[in-house]
Design a protein around this ligand. Structure first.
Ligand code: PGA
Length: 256
């Protein structure tokens, strides 16, 4: 059975010391309580990556991802971080197209597609985030909206490459708000995403893709999300910032 993925997006939180402290606490917990049914991926800020990497060891099911990478491989892009730089500190995953980057940094579908290519080129697994804003949901156009996001950023990928990405469905209105879609809604969305992939690629791509749900996940609702057939894990923001909130999420997951 595939492990359930718990991806922890720390966003722009934590100094180096605070981040190391949290990572250390988690490592101690996972060393004394191995959770073979779960794979935890931490997405701290860039400044944490190298120091946290040094704390990891292969027997822990704890992995490291970056929250973003640039779409160009190198060049005069002040303040940016390339896929090659991330690979050089042994990052395994990269979030791409998070709604906060689309909203505040104006990331386009074309840039997102290039970021995915850049991450894949350096053997990191991109987690492509998609999700509709509230106005779209209110008009009941969220299925078309997600279909378009997927088409615009993923459809140029070869079948070999699409097999190497994960997709996180994160409705924008659910992020950081305490609101979440119904389980049946998320089930419908995962079926839609797999259907879109099956039509453009084939059924094995559609069945094999790892799909996460994100948006206001916590210990009280996590079981509802991971219990949905076809949902392979969650992307957690706020509730991943402190052990008092994060551990109950890990412990709420069914063990078989
Ligand atoms: P949240 O964030 O859990 O705080 O809603 C999720 C995300 O943005 O990935």
């Amino acid at each position: 059975m595939k492990p359930t993925i718990i991806a922890a997006n720390w966003k722009m939180h934590k100094t180096l010391q605070e981040g190391l402290e949290l990572a250390q606490e988690l490592i101690i917990y996972l060393t004394t309580h191995p959770l073979s049914h779960i794979q935890v991926i931490l997405f701290p800020s860039f400044i944490h990556l190298e120091a946290i990497q040094e704390l990891l060891s292969p027997h822990l099911k704890l992995y490291l991802g970056a929250q973003n990478c640039h779409d160009q491989l190198s060049g005069a892009f002040t303040g940016e971080v390339s896929a090659a730089m991330l690979a050089s500190v042994k990052v395994s995953y990269v979030l791409v197209g998070h709604s906060e980057r689309r909203q505040y940094c104006g990331e386009s579908h074309a840039q997102i597609a290039k970021k995915i290519e850049a991450a894949l080129q350096y053997n990191m697994q991109p987690i492509f985030c998609c999700g509709e804003p509230w106005e779209v949901r209110a008009r009941n156009q969220h299925h078309d909206y997600i279909a378009q996001q997927i088409k615009d950023s993923l459809f140029d990928l070869s079948p070999e490459k699409i097999n190497r990405i994960m997709i996180a469905y994160e409705p924008v209105w659910a992020i950081g708000t305490g609101k979440t879609p119904d389980a049946s809604d998320i089930a419908g969305m995962q079926a839609l995403i797999r259907d879109i992939l099956a039509r453009h690629y084939d059924a094995s791509v559609a069945d094999g893709v790892i799909l996460l749900y994100g948006g206001s996940c916590n210990a009280s609702n996590i079981q509802d999300f991971v219990g949905i057939a076809g949902i392979n894990g969650v992307l957690v923001g706020n509730a991943s910032l402190y052990m008092k909130d994060f551990l109950p999420i890990l412990n709420a997951l069914p063990k078989d």
